[in-house]
Ligand binder design. Sequence first.
Ligand code: PRP
Length: 237
Amino acid sequence: MFESIVLNAHQQIEVRIMTMKNTVHLLPQTNHLRALHSIIRDKNACQNEFVFYSNQIIRLLLETASNMLPFHPKNVMTPIGEMYEGLESTTKLCAVSVIRAGESMETELRSMHLNAPLGKILIQRDKQTKLPKFYYSNLPSDIDERHVFLLEPMLATAGSALMGIKVLLDAGVKEENIIFINILIAPEGLERVSETHPKIRIVTSSVEKELNENAFMVPGIGDFGDRYFGTTDSGAR
Ligand code: PRP
């Protein structure tokens, strides 16, 4: 005789992530990571604190994504004449940031990947309708031969993300070569992206509880772009 199991909201999210585990790579929810989130989610965090601690989470995301690139063996001779059996990446990498919030990830990206070109896509979500509008893109000419880190810290309805992904696919990028780098993701948006583009891998540091009726993530973080760049906080995301 089995008892029926009732899952709480967070467990339900975990089950949904498990079913999408080839797509979603959620950073281990360590005490350190939760402490970083506690600083940047605090509505009283000042801009300097917000930037400083967000950058630490961004670094963790980029480290995880970098580890998902293909590698092959590479042996090197150390100064004492011994062989080190190592690895080197076998792929060309570039990053594409979704302006504006995605630009917050560029500094850490540049400090890790010396020769990776950096493309831009300008998409803005309408404050009233919540629908994204595409304005501009400028991508590396050989992007179709590259793995692409798509830099977009917030994913709520996924409208902006899907539009950004379409720009990459139209430029010839292979779906399986896209790694979406994200700080906060809403379950609804996550499902939309993973169902539409099952080969895209997503690296995130938090799957939120839900979207509220205004398409804001709960518990959320506020407007990431405004808080990171020090402009007026005009509402939550
Ligand atoms: C925010 C955020 C994402 C998008 C997420 O950008 O940075 O790009 O909304 O929402 P969605 O998943 O419902 O599309 P916004 O357009 O406000 O611009 P910003 O980057 O300048 O903050």
